[in-house]
Design a protein around this ligand. Sequence first.
Ligand code: GRG
Length: 295
Amino acid sequence: MNPAYDRIKAVIETHLGTRFTDGTLPLMQAFDEVNNYSLMSGGKRLRPVLLYGVAEAFGADTEDALSLATAIEMIHTYSLVHDDLPAMDDDRYRRGQLTAHAKYGEALAILSGDALLNKAYEVMFERLLVTAHPENFARAAAYISKAAGTDGMVGGQVVDVQTENQPIDQETLDFIIENKTGKLLMAAMVSGAILGGLDSGALDRFTQAAYHIGYSFQLVDDYLDVKGNAQLLGKETGRDLALGKNTYVKYHGPEKTRADATAHLDQALELLDMFEGEHLVFIYDIIEFLKHREK
Ligand code: GRG
């Protein structure tokens, strides 16, 4: 992507790779392997890179940022493992490899999602105990927790699953997009900014920009499910239609979907205009990547 992205991604990869080494019994060593199978399987690491990059740009403690970045990627990975289960989307491929349940069976995949989610909170609480900035850290961690739960990703997933194969209005579609995908991406940026101690006016504007980035991400995802390349994406395409999903593409068509995603990213750029340019160069690069992303 770009040198800043690659540098931060490498730090995060190294850190993520050390967290599931709990096993003492052979069976638990095997379970570490299940968790690392999904966690270390080559995702883009967009959420942790955004979190860490934003925190760094606003002068936050980078160990605090690394802890939250690790946690948010674990939460994201758990959601993918559970989303792929037979009871949900029943997908066989993810990140270019068999899904966790296809490789290890359903029981271990469910437990692995549980373990990833719990480990995220363990990582955050461990850092809260030693950070020099407990108030900002706790606020940022709370923001992530809310975004992952019923007022965010889980809520979006509930409405998404419960409305399969039935028409919905634009308000419900917006709810799914904003919550299922948008809020965790938003939380990556906003929690980084909270660690950086932004004042409330600046944080409000930054939050609005993050909203548009989160929303656009799902639109592009919907677009790529129809127009993308399965090899590049590391998963099958055409799944939304097969599952009767309510996507932006279903209601607006692929071309408008991609164009609207770009418009949201342009709105984000406009809102970010007030921040010191050189601080956010790396976010501008990410926005450019998102405009054209094919995976
Ligand atoms: C199971 C509670 C629960 C929620 C699942 C993640 C999710 C909510 C649904 C997945 C459906 C999906 C593919 C949504 C599109 C947005 C999204 C989360 C894409 C995957 O994220 P990327 O592209 O993946 O950042 P990588 O593999 O790069 O990390």
